[in-house]
Design a protein around this ligand. Structure first.
Ligand SMILES: [Zn+2]
Length: 431
């Protein structure tokens, strides 16, 4: 069991300032031992404090008021407002970053915008002192990670370049370098970028650093390594990595443990060991349901649907896939929703339910094309996949004219491009 609910801002502040009594501190530490998210939030604030930002509690009220005022504005105004000097306070940056970590699981694009506002403020705070570099590094790095998760690669790389520039002035240059290497590897592992050799080379250096310095981060490196192997069709090697990650994860850290189990489950599915995959998944899903974090449950349900599919239980596969799709949609992860939806399309087809397959495939294709319109630098391979299903299943006349035109463009693109050379991207958890 997780010892208690996640820390609120005030508890975190008094703990970090050393103002909490012994019982409160013990409770906070017990929670941190089993909650990656709160550990990450505390990490951000602690790094800023160590670099000389000062106590958290003293300016707390002011910071909360300022941040609240900014976030009360419409999202599209945040970046512009962040340039306003009244917000140029290190505490506001820190608070925006911890809020973005929380928001990440709820609304990824929202979270990315929060981190961007933080980065804009950090860039505007005058001075090259370590503390400011530390803030800038954290802000641009988190912003970059969130953009990658949202599939916005150009902006993601630009943000990472900013983080790398700030990394020169941070206290622990080696750990900052490790984080940058891991981020670059993650970009290389994205299906639309897909540079597996480069990813592997970056991960090797990161692995060397973290083996000496930080075992928590080492697990992340191994997870990404497993993901690259899995997408590259090397399921056996991927399974080895995911087994190592699971062995190195403390079962008391329930959410991290469940993620490790789900990832191992994907590789077990890929090597054809369905029974073991199901065992890992059942344990993970039980823990994730209890913690109630939608995005984790969505990933589990997607794996469940694939396992059902392999055993020929297509009704059950459809049920899980559609539930997964709705879950991802609700937490603002339209890409993963489309991906889960495609599993349902396959199972409808296997059941010879052409009408349902067609209906869903067209909806997914329309959704993907709409997303591409909104965000030109976003993932394309997924749209191509959704559209090719729609193309196969739909008669041209059942598409709206708009979509039919877009489908034609994609069909042409697909005809020139070779088929996607790696396994379909799975909704793995990277931690
Ligand atoms: Zn927590």
């Amino acid at each position: 069991m997780t010892a208690r609910a996640c820390l609120d801002e005030m508890e975190m502040a008094s703990y970090l300032d050393g103002a909490a009594d012994r019982d409160a501190s013990t409770a906070v530490e017990a929670h941190l031992a089993c909650c990656d998210r709160c550990r990450r939030r505390v990490e951000i604030v602690r790094r800023a404090m160590n670099a000389g930002i000062g106590a958290v509690g003293s300016a707390y009220e002011e910071v909360v008021t300022l941040t609240g005022r900014l976030l009360a504005e419409p999202v599209y105004r945040w970046t512009m407002l962040a340039k306003n000097a009244e917000y140029h306070h290190p505490g506001v940056v820190r608070r925006l970053l911890t809020l973005a970590v929380e928001e990440r699981e709820l609304q990824i694009v929202h979270a990315a915008e929060m981190a961007h506002a933080a980065a804009v403020i950090a860039a505007a705070i005058i001075g090259e002192a370590g503390a400011v570099c530390e803030l800038r590094f954290d802000a641009w790095k988190l912003h970059s990670a969130l953009l990658r998760e949202a599939g916005r690669y150009d902006d993601c790389r630009a943000a990472l370049d900013r983080a790398e520039r700030a990394a020169v002035g941070v206290k622990d240059v080696e750990l900052a370098r490790g984080a940058i290497l891991l981020s670059r590897a993650l970009i290389c592992a994205e299906p639309d970028i897909w540079l597996p050799e480069e990813a592997v080379a970056l991960l090797a250096v990161a692995e060397e650093i973290y083996t000496r310095r930080d075992l928590d981060w080492l697990r992340r490196v191994l997870t990404v390594r497993g993901m690259v192997l899995l997408r590259n069709g090397k399921a056996d090697e991927a399974r080895e990595r995911f087994e190592r990650v699971l062995a190195q994860t403390d079962p008391a850290n329930e959410r991290a443990y469940a993620k490790a189990q789900t990832n191992l489950g994907w590789s077990l599915l890929a090597v054809g060991d369905l029974e073991s995959a199901r065992i890992q998944l059942d344990r993970a899903i039980e823990a994730d349901m209890r913690h109630g974090v939608a995005v984790d449950v969505g990933r589990d349900l997607c794996l469940r649907s694939r396992i059902f599919q392999e055993t020929g239980e297509h009704e059950a596969a459809i049920q899980s896939a559609e539930e997964s799709m709705r879950t991802f949609q609700k937490c603002g992860r339209p890409d993963e929703a489309v991906r889960a939806g495609l599993v349902a399309v396959q199972s409808y087809t296997a059941l010879s339910d052409g009408e349902a397959a067609r209906h869903l495939a067209i909806m997914l294709a329309e959704r993907s094309i709409e997303l591409d319109r909104l965000e030109p630098s976003r993932r394309r391979s997924l749209t191509a996949e959704a559209v090719s299903y729609a193309r196969e299943l739909a008669e041209r006349r059942s598409l709206t004219e708009d979509v039919a035109a877009a489908v034609r463009v994609y069909v042409e693109e697909l005809a020139i491009k070779p088929a996607v050379a790696f396994n379909p991207p799975l909704p793995l958890a990277i931690m």
